[in-house]
Every structure is written in C-alpha cells, then in structure tokens.
Design a protein around this ligand. Structure first.
Ligand SMILES: Cc1cc2nc3c(=O)[nH]c(=O)nc-3n(C[C@H](O)[C@H](O)[C@H](O)COP(=O)(O)OP(=O)(O)OC[C@H]3O[C@@H](n4cnc5c(N)ncnc54)[C@H](O)[C@@H]3O)c2cc1C
Length: 600
C-alpha cells in the first residue's frame, strides 16, 4: 500500500472527524481516536479547561457537548503543512463551533488521534478589532464639541466604578491581572484592576533588590506587545516593573493603584458581587458581575511559627519582605529554606559581606540556568527557536498540547540529560552536604512547578557559593527555636544571628478567597494549583488540569488567574473569552466542573 503524505493523512482524518461530528455520530468520531488518547480542550467544547483522557472520556464529553457545540470546518490550519517524524504525524488545525473559531494541534499515531488540542481563538461577532478592523483613532471630518481620545479616556476613568459599574473586577494588579485586563480591554469588557500598591510593577519592585526574572525573555512576553529584540535575557525586577507600568498605560487599562480590596460577597439572586475597596482614604463599593482574584500564587507568605520568635532581638522577616542585603554587611544571617528565594537572598547577602548560613530542611531540586535554557526550553523559547520560525503563540500551543498526564515522560529524559551534563556540579553540591532531588519521579523543575509551585532553585550562581562553602549550609535539620540572639536547630547547633529570613514559601491562592470573601467560599472552591499527581505537596486524586486556575470554580463568577509570565499570557486568552461570552449572554454550559478534594 502506498504511504500517504502527512497532509493527506491529516486531511483524511479531519474529514472523517468533521463528518462524524456533523452527523452527531459520536461512536464514529470516537473510533478515530487511539485507545490511549488525550483531548485537551481550552474552552471550545467544554467551556472549561479540561483534558479528556482515553476514549471513554472523549465519548462522555461528546455525548454531553456535541449537540450544542456544533463543530464544523475541520481542516489543516491555513498556511500550514502537516509533518511526520518517529511514527507521529502532527499538524496545526482549525475548526469552528457554533459560537467561536478554534485553532488547535493534532498528533496521529497509526492513523488515529493520539493527542488533540482544541483552543478558542475568538467568539464569532465579538472579534478583537485588529488588522483591517483596527480603530481609526482620528475622527476625520468636522464635528461641534467633539472630544479627544484623552478626554474620552478621562471620562471613562471618571465614571467607571462610580456612575457606571465594571462588568469585571480583577483584584491584584501584578503581571497576571494586567495581562488579563489588556485582553478584556480588547474585547470591550469594562474592567477595573484593584491594586494596593501605588504603581503597576510594584509587586516586582518590592521584592528583594537582587532579583532578576529566572525565566528567559522568550518565555516572558505579555499579550499583544512583545519585548523588543534588545531586551535582556533575564529582566532585572525593576526593569520588568517599568515595562508593566508602561504596558498598563498603553494598553489603556483602568488601574486603581493604592486601592485595597477589603471584602467581597456574592449575591446568588442578583448574580452580582459587592466588592468593597478603599481608595484615596474613601470606601467605594463596586458591583461587578465577575470577580477575578489575580492576587499572586507567590504572594501569600507562609510564615512558620517557631518558639522564641517573639524574643529574638535581631531582624526577622519573610523572604517577601526582605529589603535586600545593604544593612547586613559583617552581620550574621540565617536563611531558613533552600528554594529560589533562599538561594537568591543568601547570594546577595554574601555579596554584601554578610556571614550567611542556609538551613535546608528537606531536599531541593537544582537546575543550572544555562542547562535549563539549552536542554529544557531552547526548542520552543530561545533565540534559536525564533530564528527557526517559532512564534510565541505556537510555542505556547505546542506546550499546551502535551497532556499533563504524560508530560513527565517528556521531561524525565531532559532532566536525565541535565544530570549527566552537570554531574560534576551536582557531586560538588552533595559533597557540601546539600540535599538534592530531581522531583519525585525525576521529572525535574517544570513538573515541580506545575504540581506544587515550589521545591526548586534555578541556579544563577548561589550553588557555587554553597559548593565552595562561602554560603554555609546546615542540611537535614529544622529550626527548634530562637533565642534573643541565636537560632537553635533540631540537631542542637546554635547559630548566632543578627538576621533571620524565612524563605518558607507561599500558601494556596484560595487563602485570598478566605481573606477577602469568606472561609466558606474558600472551602467551596478548594485548593488552587497542582494537578493531583499524588507527589509531594500535590495530593491525589488526579485532576488532569491545574486546580481552579483560569477556569470556572465551584463558586459562580469567581475566578483565579496568575502563574508565571508564560501562563499569564497564554491562559489570559481563555479566561478573557470565558468572561466575554458571559457578558454577551452566550450560553456557557461548563462540562466537567472540577470537584473539590482538598481545602488548601
Ligand atoms: C523570588 C521569585 C522569583 C520569581 N521569578 C519568576 C520568573 O522569573 N518568571 C515568572 O514568570 N515568575 C516568577 N516568579 C513568580 C512570580 O511571583 C509570579 O510570576 C508573579 O509575581 C505572579 O504575578 P501575579 O500577577 O500572579 O501576582 P503578583 O505579582 O504577586 O501580584 C499580585 C498583586 O495582588 C495585589 N493584592 C493582593 N491582595 C490585594 C488586595 N486585597 N487588594 C488589592 N491588591 C491586592 C498585590 O499587591 C500584588 O501586587 C517569581 C516569584 C518569586 C517569589
């Protein structure tokens, strides 16, 4: 039999899928899938972020959703060609539903669908005004009492939240809130960001002074406005702060700085939030239909409680409050913790001439930044990737097309290669007493990030200081108590200290819901983040997607948004479309709303 070219194989399959789905023949469509298939849907069929794993789940979803999704026009995406390697045929695809246009990715194995990604690009009739449809800006002609762009913006700022209510309130104006608000602005969804800091970017500016982004520039672009080509690989924190401030302005975001959200409650009858904020010393009550908490997954400090903290005479603070090393020259510093913040802070204190000891309780995953960039990210997010034609949008979608259930299988070989390449480095760290791990199943940094959002350090220099003893290390111990001038460890060691930094991480984002709304609502939505992988700090059962992020929660009209810059960029698209659809009264029946298994 003649082997078909990749385009032919994909087109045949898509035609069969189109035919089966258009005719409502679920079994016919399910037959086109492999037994161990994965269909990841970002909002098109499920109005949810959901992965169907295996034919049974695909069948169930189609039975529930096919009739009103009405998908059609499945084809290889315009301008794209399918490709083939190692027995897998893959292709970019496009399709439509009754209300939206979709874009996606498909991998075929043995002529059947192995992975399918379907994502919503735009809602029909509610497209963003871009390209040929971009706004005119100027109003040509002559008109009495015409207003300028500036006057219109000022009028909007004066009325929104006062005489006119926003449809959506986003609490938290870090990169997450800002990216989402930019998308909502393009979709004409009246939105206000509430931010307790004065200026956009302050959440970065206020972190410890030596901080630079740990992720490289190709991974970090914001929607619509990529960094220029001369932007540094690793943005210093104040520079990214300035970029966010500029972005907020040029994207015309309604940003209420120096404004704190005090409390919020939802009226199930009127389906409206009451959000109480403090602005310029005045209480203002907002009445949005949708409330997004973009309050940061690395923003709710987990502060340990140790005996003697109340009598300790030196400085002590959580890493998020660490001012930087300047006043600690020649002082004795003890840093509790061994992840990113702990390493960065230890290194900065050492550079400033402090005597630093890191206290490591349990193992940490370390990956050298250049190894991560070259072996972990380069194929999608690097200058080489850009040169070979990879766009940020495609990189994000390829990444999204790898099902979480098997993502670790793709990651394990990467981290095996890193371990081999950096064997010497790891040996020296262990010799210094550092307790290493590579993730519960050796799948490394990214899986740890997705599962628990902690437990690692991307090495940009501090590890060498640990290996050579410049940063002292006490590992395999916990803090027993503090005295007026020392920290006493569980093995009896007494460390003199002028400064104690608790680099002990951050709590689940539903803690914000408890603070701002109620414990009842926080429990109703449950733990935020993690996949249910049944690995350390990510208890099962398996969820298949990140808990509660960017998708409907058990609390109607309450959403969580955030994550790193890549996730904020990518998932803000799908959250903004979910919000827009609701505002326009488009039916959004949610398929497979997640159940709650853990409260925090
Ligand atoms: C040391 C460190 C290094 C990191 N490095 C990277 C990196 O390299 N790349 C990356 O992408 N991410 C990195 N992260 C993760 C980083 O925290 C997040 O990417 C980023 O801060 C998340 O943005 P966000 O908008 O979700 O939250 P945040 O930036 O934390 O913003 C949340 C905002 O909510 C505001 N807020 C909270 N409560 C209220 C309230 N009641 N009223 C009004 N405002 C409120 C806060 O003031 C804050 O500005 C790092 C984090 C840390 C701690």
């Amino acid at each position: 039999m003649l082997d078909k070219a990749p385009n032919g194989k994909v087109s045949d399959l898509l035609n069969a899928l189109d035919k089966g789905l258009s005719a409502g023949e679920v079994e016919h469509a399910v037959d086109l899938f492999q037994t161990d298939c994965y269909w990841r849907d970002l909002v098109t069929f499920t109005w949810n972020i959901k992965t169907m794993e295996g034919k049974e789940q695909v069948r169930d979803m189609l039975k529930a959703r096919l009739a009103d999704t009405k998908p059609s026009n499945w084809k290889i995406a315009d301008g794209e060609d399918a490709s083939e390697a190692d027995g897998i045929t893959e292709s970019w695809i496009q399709f439509e539903t009754e209300v939206a246009r979709g874009f996606g990715h498909m991998r075929l194995r043995d002529g059947r669908i192995w992975t399918l990604l379907t994502t919503m690009s735009e809602l029909k009739g509610h497209e963003e005004a871009v390209g040929f449809d971009r706004p005119m800006g100027a109003k040509h002609g002559a008109e009495r009492n015409r207003t300028t762009w500036k006057e219109d913006r000022e009028a909007e700022a004066a009325e929104l939240g006062y005489s006119r209510q926003p449809y959506c309130v986003i609490v938290g104006g870090g990169q997450g809130g800002i990216a989402l608000a930019a998308r909502l602005r393009q979709l004409d969804v009246p939105t206000i960001i509430i931010e307790k800091n004065e200026r956009p970017g302050d959440s970065w500016r206020k972190r410890y002074k030596s901080l630079c982004l740990h992720d490289p520039v190709w991974y970090d672009h914001l929607p619509y406005l990529p960094f220029p080509r001369n932007w540094p690989v690793f943005s210093p924190k104040d520079k990214i702060g300035d970029w966010l401030e500029m972005y907020t302005k040029v994207m015309e975001i309604n940003y209420w700085g120096s404004t704190e959200c005090k409390k919020a409650s939802y009226d199930e009858k009127s389906r409206e939030w009451t959000v109480v904020v403090q602005r310029d010393g005045k209480e203002i009550v907002l009445k949005p239909k949708q409330l997004v908490l973009a309050t940061g997954m690395s923003a709710k400090p987990s502060m340990p409680k140790f005996e003697g903290m109340d009598i300790f005479k030196g400085d002590q603070h959580h890493s998020s409050q660490h001012p930087g090393p300047d006043k600690y020259k020649n002082k004795k510093a003890v840093v509790i913790g061994s992840n990113n913040s702990a390493h960065d802070i230890c290194a900065a204190l050492w550079e400033a001439g402090a005597d630093v000891t890191m206290v490591q309780r349990s193992t940490t995953h370390i990956v050298r930044s250049d190894s991560l960039m070259e072996l972990g990210l380069a194929s999608l997010y690097s200058e080489q990737a850009v040169q070979s034609g990879m766009t940020t949008a495609k990189a994000d979608l390829i990444f999204a097309s790898l099902p979480y259930k098997i993502l670790h299988e793709f990651q394990i070989p990467v981290y095996n290669a890193i371990r081999e390449r950096d064997a010497d480095f790891y040996k020296r760290l262990e010799k210094a007493g550092f307790l290493l791990d590579y993730g519960d199943d050796d799948s490394g940094l990214f899986m740890k990030y997705l599962r628990r959002g902690s437990g690692y350090y991307i090495d940009v220099g501090a590890s060498e200081l640990i290996a050579n003893g410049s940063i002292k290390l006490k590992s395999g111990v916990d803090v027993k108590k503090l005295t007026e001038h020392t920290v006493i460890l569980s093995d009896g060691t007494e460390l003199p200290a002028d400064l104690v930094v608790y680099a002990t991480g951050y709590g689940s984002m539903n803690g914000w819901a408890a603070d701002l709304i109620s414990r009842e609502v926080a429990n109703k939505v449950g733990k935020v983040w993690g996949l249910g992988s049944n690995t350390t700090k990510d208890p099962g059962p398996w969820e298949g997607e990140q808990r509660n992020m960017w998708k409907p929660t058990q609390q109607e009209a309450l959403w969580f948004h955030g994550g790193n810059l890549h996730q904020s960029r990518h998932y803000s698209q799908f959250l903004s479309l979910q919000l827009k659809a609701r505002m326009e009264g488009i039916a959004t029946p949610v398929y497979g709303l997640q159940e709650v298994h853990h409260l925090s």
